[in-house]
Design a protein around this ligand. Structure first.
Ligand code: HEC
Ligand code: HEC
Ligand code: HEC
Length: 182
């Protein structure tokens, strides 16, 4: 009996320790992509800025009636107008939809999230930016490395039937091969 109580107490202490540590870790959050927050990876930022992802919300705002019809058919949705305000469309054309990203209360932050930006693929960056720049290992560990599963959340078989990760992942920020990835 005493042994069992002891084991219970030990487990309780361990569990409290784990809970305390989880609470200590600062909650991660989206910051949005701007030239300022991407200073350390300016090459990737510049290359990404010229891709359709950087304009994915504008593309949604500019949806033509034919595109809307086509998208509704693919997604089996019935969006009639203003797809840029409809959850059925917005989720894949912005960053961190309803995960603490878009729509944000702060309008400045919101505009930085109205696109498919870094944090869609590499995860929320608040904790990443909190790591001192000199701590290269820490910075790397706080950034997700995307896989094909990351892409498939939006590039579903219905929308991108021919999606080829090996080819497409080279287009997300096509930095010249010679440029060292920082
Ligand atoms: C599941 C994620 C997802 C949803 C939901 C979604 N889209 Fe898209 N949309 C995409 C992807 C991925 C592409 C790029 C397809 C490609 O080129 O392979 C795209 C492309 C587009 C394009 C073409 C943009 C261009 O510049 O050519 C338009 C327009 C568009 N979507 C509108 C809509 C509308 C309207 C809705 C809602 C009815 C919607 N999307 C919902 C993922 C989504
Ligand atoms: C659509 C997904 C996607 C977006 C958006 C994206 N990346 Fe990436 N990123 C990747 C993939 C995939 C790789 C690794 C594959 C490759 O480039 O060969 C990568 C690699 C990187 C690397 C190199 C990591 C290493 O250790 O070599 C850096 C740095 C990086 N991205 C920064 C950024 C920044 C900054 C932005 C925003 C301006 C951004 N990425 C936007 C998908 C993305
Ligand atoms: C949050 C949703 C989302 C995720 C996740 C996402 N994409 Fe996209 N992607 C889009 C949308 C939306 C477009 C179309 C943008 C437009 O044209 O307005 C697009 C377009 C593209 C394009 C340009 C269109 C083309 O056919 O050449 C490439 C390349 C691409 N995505 C690659 C990737 C890769 C690789 C990943 C994963 C590492 C990825 N995407 C993850 C939403 C997403």
């Amino acid at each position: 009996m005493i042994k069992r109580i002891l084991a219970f107490v030990v487990m309780g202490v361990l569990a409290t320790g784990v809970a305390a540590r989880a609470a200590d870790a600062p909650k991660n959050d989206y910051v949005g992509s701007s030239s300022k927050s991407c200073m350390c990876h300016f090459k990737q930022f510049k290359a990404w800025s010229a891709t359709p992802h950087a304009h994915a919300f504008e593309g949604l705002q500019a949806t033509t009636p034919e595109q809307l019809k086509q998208m509704n058919e693919l997604l089996k949705t019935t969006v009639k107008d203003h797809p840029e305000t409809d959850a059925a469309c917005v989720s894949c054309h912005v960053t961190g939809y309803k995960l603490g990203g878009y729509p944000a209360a702060d309008s400045l932050k919101n505009s930085a999230l109205a696109r498919v930006s870094c944090e869609v693929c590499h995860g929320p960056a608040k904790n990443h930016l909190a790591v001192p720049a000199a701590d290269k290992a820490g910075r790397k560990a706080s950034m997700l490395v995307p896989t094909v599963e990351t892409c498939k959340k939006c590039h579903t078989p219905e929308i991108s039937p021919k999606f080829d990760f090996a080819v497409m992942s080279k287009k997300v920020h096509p930095v010249a091969a010679a440029a060292p990835a920082k």
